[in-house]
Design a protein around this ligand. Structure first.
Ligand code: PMP
Length: 476
């Protein structure tokens, strides 16, 4: 433990792990929880997440076995944090790195990896893992080239070993051997398996509770899992069970949804001053809900540790961006309302010349998109079965044509970006104007009684300028 000791390290890997345990007094009290709740803050690690530990472990253990030698290239399919963790160790020990990342991941993580000198390849999120274009299939293929080593964090046992050897030891020491519940969210499942094994070695009665997002299939019993669906939370949940999952270490699971998880993450930041990432919200939400469901929440002697994997640095444009929170339905519209704004009482029904967009589905081609943009469109939403599957912007069109080598007759569905802001049609134009400070366009959507989209309007600064100009003329 280096808690009270100021140390000097040979390189950055010395500053991996050994993270603080911080009591969550205020937020627990505000949620009516009387138990002692401690956060294991792994975002204090050198690269900003728990994945620094596994990056170090997976490279050092492979070196020990003689599987890799300095100068080789390590290859991994990663949602970002593992990439950062791997590259820290790779830099310190003389390896090159190639990382494949699904396109739902934050630009922040990708930029960090590129700044660290790694080669990053972005892959589509909405393809099954077995598909040749998935981030895992691509990493496996590259890893087969000579001098390349595929890390395979999902099945690599040196992942859970890192948490067995370090995380669990730190927690046991920090809790002075008195711990009843440990709450951990699951992705590769290395944290839950390794920490569980390590803690159970000391005290088999410690209960490990897994926190799994709705849309993932990791919770057990399987009946807990509604049909898989996509969700916005990054780093947690899976569509299949990784080799690193050892269910015998897990006492029970609890499911959590995106909305309350993102709100809880913001609440942790606001109330505890801890600059956490989204999945910390998921795990604390799971903790509070679990304690309440089991009638444990009033037990002042119950000692719980909540594992917090990464920090807000990875989500500057999302979690702590109110535009993003509102535009994804995680915060109410009122959050962005300014009473004295000149457009505060105007909505899209005041925009005289605005027409709803026609229905565009996957039959729309790349050529059609170029034509629509030339005619002045800013954003083209693609729909299927009453939902928006993605939007094409000028940027996403140009980028995808180049990166995916598309031709004019390719489906526009290959050019969509997943991130866009969407609001109800009654939203005040003042709010939309605020959102447009960072966005090229905002979608105003109305739903029919069947829950499917009825009409979509695309709003840009052009519409805002027009109505502002009109209202200025009225004043004159
Ligand atoms: N939260 C975040 C932000 C992560 O990046 C990860 C790792 N994918 C997890 C939680 C889950 O940790 P593990 O992979 O050890 O299950």
């Amino acid at each position: 433990m280096h808690n009270n000791v100021l140390r000097v390290y040979d390189d950055v890997t010395g500053a991996i792990g050994c993270t603080p345990l911080i009591k969550l007094n205020k937020i627990a009290t505000d949620h009516g929880i009387k138990c002692q709740v401690f956060a294991k803050c792994d975002f204090f690690s050198a690269g900003g997440s728990s994945k620094d530990r596994i990056g170090l472990s997976m490279i050092l253990e492979a070196e020990k076995r003689g599987t890799i030698k300095p100068g080789d290239t390590i290859v991994e399919a990663t949602s970002g944090n593992t990439g950062i963790g791997l590259v820290l160790t790779a830099l310190a020990r003389g390896y090159k790195s190639i990382l494949t990342i699904p396109d739902k991941m934050s630009d922040e993580k990708i930029n960090i990896l590129r700044a660290l000198g790694a080669k990053v390849i972005i892959t589509p999120t909405d393809v099954p893992l077995a598909h040749p274009d998935s981030y895992v299939s691509l990493a496996i293929r590259i890893g087969q080239e000579p001098g390349h080593f595929y890390i395979n964090q999902y099945n690599n046992q040196d992942n859970q070993l890192a948490h067995f050897k370090t995380t669990s030891v730190e927690i046991w020491e920090q809790m002075q051997g008195k711990l009843d519940y440990m709450f951990i969210c699951t992705g590769t499942c290395g944290t839950i398996t390794g920490t569980g094994r390590g803690l159970h070695k000391h005290d088999p009665s410690i209960k490990i509770v897994g926190v799994d997002p709705v849309g993932s299939v990791l919770a057990r019993p399987v009946e807990m899992n509604p049909p898989p669906k996509s969700y916005k939370m990054e780093g947690i949940g899976q569509s299949r069970v990784p080799g690193n999952m050892d269910y015998t270490e897990v006492f029970e699971f609890i499911k959590v949804d995106d909305l309350e998880s993102f709100q809880m993450a913001r609440e942790i930041i606001e109330k505890q001053g801890l600059l956490v990432g989204g999945s910390c919200g998921s795990v604390l939400l799971g903790t509070f809900n679990y304690l309440k469901e089991k009638g444990l929440d009033q037990d002042e002697n119950l000692r719980c540790v909540v594992f917090m994997p990464d920090g807000v640095r990875n989500y500057m444009s999302k979690l702590i961006n109110d535009n993003w929170m509102v535009g994804n339905g995680f915060y109410p519209i009122e959050r962005l309302q300014e009473e004295d704004h000149p457009l505060a009482d105007k909505t899209i029904s005041d925009l005289k010349n605005l027409l709803p967009l026609p229905y565009y589905d996957a039959r729309l081609t790349v050529n059609d998109c170029f034509d629509l943009f030339k005619k002045g469109h800013s954003m083209v939403p693609i729909r299927a079965n009453g939902i928006i599957t993605g939007v094409v912007t000028k940027n996403s069109l140009v980028r995808c044509v180049v990166e995916k080598k598309l031709h004019g007759m390719s489906s526009a569905a290959h050019c969509t970006q997943r991130e866009y802001l969407k609001v109800p049609q009654e939203t005040p134009l003042s709010v939309i104007s605020k959102m447009l400070k960072t966005e090229v366009a905002v979608l105003a959507v109305a739903y029919g009684d069947n829950g499917k989209i009825r009409t979509i309007y695309v709003l840009t600064q052009n519409e805002i300028m027009e109505i502002m100009h009109e209202s200025m003329k009225e004043v004159i």
